[in-house]
Design a protein around this ligand. Structure first.
Ligand SMILES: [Zn+2]
Length: 414
């Protein structure tokens, strides 16, 4: 196997710094929230970087930046890599950025070394991976996979602004989403380089991870109906306290998720009514999610949450209803692509470990189109989606090097 040319650490370091500088000064951290001015500036900057590296670059109707390097076999389907450069509000400088800048550096290194690929190579900076107040995640990759629907575009935030409005205000064309779509036949494989966003690689002392599966997510809303009563005159044994039943449900979520090694569960919000200390709560709403890489485990958690709320109802004389919201199935990575990624890591001197991803990624959408794989580099202290997010430059360079080697392997073998 030919060795891929080494990425240049200084060049990645300086492009990373320039990208980090393009952040919103009015928000904490290194914020580049999708469809805001810094995000738009970042997208144009990425397109320019792609052109400097020798690619044709365009920005599609929802803001995906797509760089294309033609292959020597014009009929071969494209090999695709990339990630995102939008951030959560108050986010860090590595989530997504590493996969986009690592891919552009790889193309620079190919050009300098005179490496020509047989397949067309596409590098994508996906628009709005991180979601928005309208509740739609992975906007750009959804558009490319054909899974961005008119309902997604019509979804509104608390002020009634639709996702389509937000996209249009950024100077893009949400009415042309159909033009963003790729056919499955035009792509051979997709590989995403990303930071882990958790502590596992660091704890294992591993320099790289190859993702086996991306966790599925099940969102739930539990509404608890109790009885409103006087807090002073109603004896403790005569209450139907909705908030007490909700508290039991919250602890059950924690207990159920922790009862297996392969799941997490989080209650993110609790609202009650009335909000008064002299009234026994009549209503409580608990919203949260379960995640697991295994569909059977998610199904089990659904059943056990239903049983747990029934137990609370029996104890408190309340009535709970559980509604399941957006459900994302677990996404397995392709075995063949993953083997190539492990071999590519070995080719350049790394023993990568297999790891599952608890976070969602654009890869989930690309998996609708073609075989996919992911390369993780460690996150210091497992911190992510915060200003402290950190990955050493040497690890970013290692990740880009394995990506380059993996692309050469796929180009030769697919
Ligand atoms: Zn990300």
């Amino acid at each position: 196997m030919t060795a891929a040319p080494q990425p240049v650490a200084d060049r990645i370091g300086s492009t990373w710094q320039e990208m980090a500088d393009l952040h919103d000064p009015d928000l904490p951290g290194w914020s580049r929230v999708a469809f805001t001015e810094p995000d738009t500036a970042g997208r144009h900057w990425i397109a320019d970087r792609m052109r400097t590296a020798g690619m044709d670059a365009r920005i599609d109707a929802v803001g995906n930046v797509i760089g294309v390097l033609p292959g020597t076999a014009p009929s071969a389907p494209a090999i695709v890599t990339g990630s995102h450069t939008d951030t959560v509000p108050g986010g860090g400088r590595f989530d997504g950025v590493v996969g986009v800048l690592g891919a552009i550096e790889m193309v620079e290194a190919f050009r300098e070394a005179g490496v020509r690929l047989r397949h067309e190579l596409r590098v994508v900076d996906f628009a709005n991976e991180e979601g928005n107040p309208q509740g739609v995640m992975l906007v750009g990759s959804r558009a490319i996979s054909g899974h961005l629907t008119p309902q997604h575009l019509a979804a509104t935030d608390a002020e009634g602004t639709s996702l389509a409005d937000v996209i249009a205000r950024a100077g893009l064309r949400p009415e042309e989403i159909d033009t963003c779509r790729w056919d499955a036949g035009e792509v051979a494989a997709f590989v995403e380089l990303h930071i882990e966003q958790g502590p596992v690689l660091e704890q294992q002392g591993a320099s790289l991870g190859i993702v086996t599966r991306i966790a599925g997510i099940e969102n739930f809303v539990v509404d608890v109906l109790g009885r409103r009563d006087h807090a002073g005159t109603t004896p403790m044994n005569a209450r139907n306290d909705a908030l007490c039943a909700a508290a039991g449900t919250i602890l059950a979520v924690e207990r159920l998720a922790a009862s297996g090694a392969d799941s997490v569960g989080t209650v993110g919000s609790l609202t009650t009514s009335p909000e008064a200390t002299n009234v026994v709560s009549e209503m409580a709403r608990v919203t949260g999610e379960f995640r697991s890489p295994h569909a059977e485990r998610l199904a089990e958690l659904r059943d056990r949450l239903a049983a747990a709320t029934a137990e609370q109802d029996a104890a408190w004389g309340t009535e709970s209803t559980v509604r399941w919201g957006q459900v994302d199935d677990p996404t397995p990575m392709d075995d063949v692509v993953s083997e190539h990624l492990l071999d590519a890591a070995r080719d350049v001197g790394h023993e990568a470990v297999r790891i599952y991803s608890g976070a969602g990624h654009d890869t989930v959408q690309m998996a609708h189109l073609c075989p996919t794989g992911m390369i993780f580099v460690p996150s210091a202290g497992g911190r992510s989606h915060c200003p402290e997010e950190w990955t050493d430059l040497s690890a970013v360079v290692d990740g880009a090097g394995v990506l380059a080697q993996a692309i050469l392997r796929l180009d030769e073998r697919l």
